[in-house]
Design a protein around this ligand. Structure first.
Ligand SMILES: [Fe+2]
Length: 151
């Protein structure tokens, strides 16, 4: 599917989130405690700089734009906001040492990301001009690449 250029940075991050989502489900299913803990630690470490930033950017940008139209798009964005909050909750639990939500995190991240790509983005593309989308995504800062030092 061809994306409007304004949405491409978010779409690229969605590709990364789908990779992470599959990894979460795979590692959780394998059931090795050390691997589960390590992946949870990685998520705790990268969440603020990557996913929290991505979520906030969507909430203050494209969701706000879409919600102003009301109707189907506002309902969809309400669901997407709730899913962001659930992912934040699971992240907070991981931060507190509870890794039991790894599979749920992966499953929700996958369905949530697909909902944005397959439902929200086509609606945005059909409803808004290039300029409206440019303004709604102007504050989005692409995610920092992961570095081994964590800096
Ligand atoms: Fe997203």
């Amino acid at each position: 599917m061809k994306r409007r250029p304004e949405l491409i940075p978010l779409s690229k991050e969605h590709h990364e989130s789908l990779v992470l989502a599959k990894k979460c489900q795979h590692i959780a299913a394998a059931g090795k405690h050390g691997d589960i803990e390590l992946l949870c630690q990685q998520i705790v470490h990268t969440f603020p700089g990557k996913w929290e930033q991505h979520f906030r950017s969507e909430e203050t940008g494209i969701f706000s734009l879409a919600e102003a139209c009301g109707g189907e798009m506002a309902i969809l964005c309400g669901q997407l906001r709730q899913e962001h909050d659930r992912l934040r909750e699971i992240h907070r639990a991981m931060k507190g040492g509870d890794c039991s939500g790894l599979n749920a995190f992966g499953e929700l991240l996958q369905t949530h990301t697909r909902k944005e790509e397959r439902e929200l983005f086509p609606l945005l593309e059909a409803s808004f001009s290039d300029e409206q989308l440019r303004l709604a995504t102007a504050k989005h800062r692409p995610q920092r690449p992961a570095s081994p030092s964590g800096k």
